[in-house]
Write a protein that binds this ligand. Structure first.
Ligand code: NDP
Length: 480
């Protein structure tokens, strides 16, 4: 069986313990590879390699750092099919999605930061003819990057690329549930000639390998994407050590549909924003609010189109909804559907586990599920389910829908559908979310800041902000 290896100091290495964890293909419910069960020793080794590499990498001219990163981007593109297949097998997502979204975006992340670093600027201020102040941004040191399982290579590279571009060296851990593309990336980094120790990838459990990265005194900055509960734990560990922290956490995003919307666009995009990647995208709109005059029409059309979604083998071209990432996560989703029933919800569509066919007979599949009849404050409408489950509620006024939309502890993303320009601006200004899409969803310009409000996180990723995150700012004042 294939063994995934750590990537430390430029070399693919076994974990010190010699122990491995099982890696499951969720569409088949079968172990298909092994991943290192790394611990403190592996993390110490990786941090030491990163610390040693820092002096040289941070002093490497931006153009040279950029050239290596562009080579990595090119290699990701060259291996698009191989990486997409690996991502689909590891995560359960439709192969087509991995090919058209996840892997191209991983390459774009490297390319974006490889070129961004060539165009950074810093400020200078002349102070009343008495002094010149200028700001320097210096790479902070060793950065810890920890990413989740839903968009494995996409989110992994979204952290690593700005850190490397800024001149930091990195110790990174992908989710134990989806390690394969990070492993393939380590092979591409070797091929691209990334100097040893600049990027180190340690595989293993969050509570063990991940926690060791967070706790390590030599790791100066931590960029984490994952659940809010894990984020709290990480913040509690890192804050007393005064580490720089960027936390991208969970969401319970409202999808607000006004009666004057472009109906076709709103319905078809809402299908994507509800069920893409099996609903396992932090930006999915899991709470749909529809203005009452449109409610019945929307519900009927949305239900019909959801029913038509092909669920099943992620490798099949026709599949729109693949496997849930793990059995444990599938059971969590199903338990929320049971909760919704207890809370008085009506299951309009779906609600059950699906048994796959052929090689997928033991896979983890859940029907795309639509629930109505719930209050906005019930647990189903407050807690992140992170699966192919949406609730739909009618509303009468802007005030009412804003109360619903803002009622959760989360504030990651929101979508607004209206052809009324004034209303779009008015509502966008009042929704408490870090990212708001009007008449679209998941449209991303990598230059724009990305991140959540409230318990959806602190800090912003994306654009030049992410480059700055991995630096220390200092001001130099020269008296004239
Ligand atoms: P988790 O919080 O369970 O895990 C995220 C990562 O942290 C994994 O690599 C995990 O390792 C690791 N980890 C777990 N415990 C610790 C610890 N004590 N110290 C350090 N690292 C640790 O999230 P999931 O992987 O379940 O991902 C889903 C979550 O991610 C959802 O809540 C989703 O909303 C959120 N998310 C947020 C995004 C955003 O941009 N705001 C984007 C995408 C997802 P392991 O897997 O090995 O346990």
């Amino acid at each position: 069986m294939e063994k995934i290896l750590n990537y430390i100091n430029g070399v693919l290495t076994e974990p010190f313990s010699g122990a491995y964890l099982e890696n499951v293909n969720p569409a088949e419910g079968r172990v298909y590879s092994l991943i290192p069960d790394s611990g403190n020793k592996d993390v110490n080794h990786a941090v030491e390699a990163a610390r040693r590499a820092f002096t040289k990498w941070s002093a490497t001219p931006a153009e040279q750092r950029s050239a290596i990163m562009i080579r990595i981007a090119d290699l990701i593109e060259r291996d698009l099919d191989k990486l997409a297949l690996a991502e689909s097998i590891d995560q359960g997502k439709p192969l087509k999605l991995a090919k058209t979204v996840d892997i191209p975006r991983a390459s774009a992340n490297f390319r974006f930061y490889a070129t961004a670093i060539l165009h950074t600027a810093s400020d200078a201020h002349f102070t009343d003819q008495q002094a010149i102040n200028y700001t320097q941004y210096q790479p902070i040191g060793v950065a810890g990057c920890i990413s989740p399982w839903n968009l494995p290579l996409y989110l992994f590279t979204w952290k690593i690329a700005p850190a490397l571009a800024a001149g930091c060296t990195v110790v990174a851990k992908p989710s134990e549930v989806t390690p394969m593309t990070a492993y393939l990336l380590s092979q591409l980094c070797i091929e691209a000639g990334l100097p040893e120790g600049v990027l180190n990838i340690v595989h293993g459990l969050g509570a063990k390998a991940g926690q060791a990265i967070i706790e390590h005194p030599e790791v100066a900055a931590i960029s984490f994407t994952g659940g809010t509960a894990t984020g709290k734990k990480i913040a509690a560990t890192a804050a007393p050590m005064f580490k720089k922290l960027s936390l991208e956490l969970g969401g319970k995003n409202p999808n607000i549909i006004f009666a004057d919307c472009d109906f076709e666009n709103a319905v078809s995009t809402s299908i994507h924003s509800s069920f893409s990647n099996q609903g396992e995208i932090c930006l999915c709109g899991s709470r749909i609010f529809v203005e009452r005059p449109l409610y019945e029409r929307f519900l009927t059309e949305f239900t019909a189109r959801t029913r038509a979604l092909v669920v099943g083998d992620p490798l099949d071209e026709k599949t729109k909804v693949g496997a849930i990432v793990s059995e444990a996560h599938m059971n969590k989703i199903l338990s929320y559907i049971e909760l919704a029933k207890k809370e008085g919800g009506t299951i309009v569509l779906g609600g059950k586990q699906i048994t796959g066919t052929g090689r997928c007979a033991n896979g983890y599949f859940v029907e795309p599920t639509i629930i109505t009849g719930l209050e906005h404050l019930c647990r189903t409408n407050q807690e992140e389910i992170f699966g192919p489950v949406v609730t739909i509620m009618p509303f009468d006024t802007e005030e009412e829908v804003l109360e619903y939309a803002n009622s959760t502890t989360y504030g990651l993303a929101a979508t607004i559908w209206t052809e009324n320009l004034k209303r779009a601006h008015r509502v966008a200004a009042q929704v408490k979310s870090g990212i708001i899409w009007v008449n679209c969803w998941l449209f991303r310009d990598l230059r724009t800041p990305f991140g959540g409000m409230k318990q959806s996180g602190v800090g912003r990723e994306g654009g030049f902000e992410a480059l700055k995150f991995f630096t220390e700012e200092k001001n130099v004042c020269i008296k004239l």
